[in-house]
Design a protein around this ligand. Structure first.
Ligand SMILES: *Cc1c(COP(=O)(O)O)cnc(C)c1O
Length: 234
């Protein structure tokens, strides 16, 4: 069951206040950090809530779920894919998303570039890096990041906006928090290194979720992906 719009608005106000407070602590402008509403498992109306509130984009982690919801939405908003993408779904993803955040292989880049070209589209892309070295997570190994970026920059129909990461889960909340901070700082260092070496404008650092958005913003996040804090438990 989806919460009511007034409840969503109260939750979104609270998350925006949390983002603003973290920005003050980090000495950053609140406008430098975008809130991505993660609508996975919620009905299409969840995306309409985000649009009505004035958010720019929603995140989904399955291609088919977004394909099913989009025709039911009455408001316009940008759609971003944040979940693992298989090559055989690249064409569908390119057609239905404004940006794909989960690009972690040269093969996927090739498939997305070809699909975007055929669609006459300039598709936004983030390279997903396994900055927490989590064997259970997708994402390119940090040592492969330079090669992946080189391949990405050679794709004429893709626009490479930056990097994305998902943090590992620790055995305890304290361990999870420590791992998150280390992962965020690592992703930022990887980004800074890639920018220094290639000059590519990798402005976007998509990192931080409901439970760790403050740490992510302190480490330089430009987009936090928030589901639970906005819509309640899934
Ligand atoms: C589900 C999901 C989120 C949102 O997580 P919450 O803890 O509900 O805020 C963020 N990023 C990715 C990649 C996700 O799959």
């Amino acid at each position: 069951m989806l919460i009511s719009y007034p409840e969503f608005k109260a939750r979104a106000d609270a998350v925006q206040a949390q983002i603003a407070a973290a920005c003050v602590r980090a000495g950053r402008k609140p406008s430098d950090v975008q809130l991505l509403a993660v609508t996975k498992t919620h009905p299409a109306a969840a995306a309409d809530y985000a649009a009505r509130y004035g958010l720019h984009a929603v995140g989904e982690n399955r291609v088919q779920e977004a394909v099913d919801k989009q025709p039911l939405c009455t408001e316009k908003i940008r759609w971003e894919l944040i979940g693992h993408l298989q090559s055989n779904k690249a064409r569908l993803a390119a057609a239905h998303f404004d940006r794909v955040q989960s690009v972690d292989s040269a093969k996927l880049l090739t498939y997305l570039d070809r699909a975007a070209g055929e669609l006459g589209k300039n598709l936004g892309v983030l390279l997903q890096i396994n900055a927490g070295y989590d064997p259970a997570k997708f994402g390119a190994d940090p040592s492969d990041a330079p090669r992946l970026l080189e391949a990405a920059l050679a794709c004429p129909h893709l626009r490479i906006d930056g990097l994305m990461t998902i943090t590992p889960l620790g055995a305890t909340p304290a361990e999870t928090a420590a791992l998150a901070t280390r992962t965020f700082e690592n992703l930022r260092a990887i980004r800074d290194d890639l920018v220094a070496k290639t000059g590519a404008p990798l402005h976007e650092l998509s990192m931080g979720m409901s439970g760790d958005l403050e740490a992510a913003i302190l480490a330089g996040s430009t987009q936090v992906r928030v589901g639970t804090a906005l819509y309640g438990a899934r």
